[in-house]
Design a protein around this ligand. Structure first.
Ligand code: FAD
Length: 459
């Protein structure tokens, strides 16, 4: 190890990426030291924006020598503080790695650099390959594909095909020692079409929040796109009827996506659970037939079919607005949510108890869910809005988020993209041997602890 002062580190980073793409100026660091959620700001020392894999390797080498940490960042939109450094150091903003390298129409995958945004990939496909669609979350379009799939993200294709992490075919990663490693079929073949059939280490990089290495390229699956899409809205009175209703909808094999929402604001939504079953087809007659089937399922299982005004239909076809919309009902417009992967049978209890938490802190209850892979997992979003300018309001939101993490774990669920305290709650419940394995893999891969230290830290 050699001692480098801050100016020397800055000038070495400038040598690697060029003066325009590194900064340690307070006014630049300000925005990187916070995110749109309820986390407290934390200090950042440098922001660097590499353009190539080689530059990333050089930065990793420097970080090892100077014992300074690196936090990889895509769009920085998780809301749970995952790209705000815990121990200072470099935020590596990946947005300049923005090339779409290949669209394989036959094997249906996109090979992209890690800074490609979800909006960029979607518009590229819409323009050039209108029959293919990528997995896209309901997050703002500046979210990166990598940042999303690397946290087990989900979107409108997840009901059919699983969470977005499951849609990764292969990755190229710069390991914490600076070596480049390809994983998946691309480790053997020119085609990035499959994850197997070899020992699968890709999972190690999913939901590890940048602690295991820097992903530079990835291949994700693409899916056929149908010409017609519609929503069948339903209303339910009791959350206890939800699991059975969802089982029955999925048994029809018609739903592309199923979203559920329960919120006290706006006033007209209060007291009901909203079900939105998205259907797709290549002809209007087929859509009409599917609507009839879904309506029948609703009627048989205590849900009322709701004829939605055309404006609402259009709005929700473009993008569901449950949680994000709820942020606007309070002054200040801040919101953060606990997303939790839950077993379906625990959803009614989760809805009831989370609404109690919201009411306790004077926050209008806002809960949403999306089915993933049929009913094998359901992701539940417990959203809390707050006024960022009011410290007490922010503190209430933080407490509500923490109690919701505990609730999810107590009910057998697992908080998703958990912030630091949530990660610690998960680690407390984790099988000790799994924890030992995690510590040992991390220690071997990253002996200097340069990759996003503080996250998933096993003591
Ligand atoms: C209004 C709103 C709606 C949302 N709706 C959804 C939704 O429907 N579905 C959903 O899944 N999410 C949703 N989100 C959450 C989140 O915004 C998305 O998951 C988003 O895609 C995250 O991508 P990002 O580029 O912002 O990731 P970031 O926040 O930048 O990064 C996420 C994690 O990945 C790591 N990481 C990023 N890039 C790399 C890399 N190259 N190598 C290694 N590690 C890396 C980061 O360190 C971090 O731990 C929503 C957020 C908002 C604000």
């Amino acid at each position: 190890m050699f001692e480098l002062n801050k100016d020397e580190i800055l000038s070495k980073l400038e040598e690697i990426v060029g003066k325009d793409f590194v900064t340690n100026k307070f006014e630049d660091l300000y925005i990187y030291s916070r995110d749109p959620g309820a986390s407290m700001p934390r200090p950042v020392d440098y922001v660097v924006m590499p353009k190539s894999v080689n530059e990333i390797q050089q930065i990793v080498k420097l970080a090892n020598e100077a014992k300074i940490s690196i936090v990889p960042m895509g769009g920085g939109l998780t809301l749970s503080g995952l790209v705000i450094p815990v121990k200072g150091g470099i935020v590596m903003d990946m947005k300049r790695m923005d090339k779409i390298l290949e669209i394989n129409e036959m094997s249906r995958y996109a090979l992209i650099e890690a800074g490609v945004t979800t909006g960029q990939l979607l518009s590229h496909l819409n323009e050039k390959y209108p029959n293919l669609q990528p997995p896209i979350p309901d997050a703002p379009p500046s979210a990166t594909v990598a940042g999303n799939v690397l946290i087990h993200g989900s979107g409108y294709l997840s009901q059919r095909y699983g969470d977005h992490g499951a849609m990764i075919n292969g990755i190229e990663v710069v390991l914490p020692n600076g070596e480049i490693c390809k994983m998946g079929s691309c480790a053997i073949s020119d085609y990035w079409f499959s994850r197997g059939p070899i020992p699968d280490f890709i999972g190690l990089f999913i939901s590890s929040f940048g602690t295991m290495g820097l992903i530079t390229k990835l291949s994700i699956k693409l899916y056929p796109k149908h010409n017609f899409r519609d929503i069948v809205f339903g209303l339910l009175k009791s959350p206890h009827d939800l699991p059975n209703l969802l089982l029955k909808i999925t048994e029809t094999n018609l739903a592309e996506d199923i979203l559920i929402g329960m919120q006290d604001k706006p006033e007209w939504m209060k007291g009901y659970i909203f079900i939105m079953t998205y259907i797709t087809a290549d002809a209007q007659e087929e859509i009409d037939r599917q609507i009839k089937v879904i309506k029948r399922v609703y009627n048989k299982h205590n849900a009322r079919f709701m004829k939605a005004p055309p404006k609402m239909q259009t709005l929700y076809l473009e993008k569901p607005i449950f949680a994000a919309g709820a942020a606007d009902y309070r002054k200040g417009g801040g919101f953060e949510y606990v997303g939790a992967f839950m077993p379906l049978e625990k959803v009614p209890e989760a809805y009831i108890k989370a609404a109690e938490i919201s009411n306790k802190y004077g926050i209008p209850p806002t809960i949403g869910s999306r089915l993933m892979s049929g009913t094998h997992t359901i992701i539940v979003f417990f959203s809390y809005s707050f006024n960022r300018a009011d410290p007490q309001d922010l503190e209430n939101a933080r407490r509500a988020l923490h109690e919701t993490n505990e609730l999810a774990l107590n009910l057998g669920g697992i908080p998703w993209k958990a912030e630091l305290t949530g990660q610690q709650l998960i680690l407390e419940k984790m099988d000790p041997t799994y924890k030992k394995l995690l510590k040992s893999i991390k220690g071997n891969l990253d002996p200097n602890g340069i990759m996003n230290p503080g996250n998933w830290e096993v003591n």
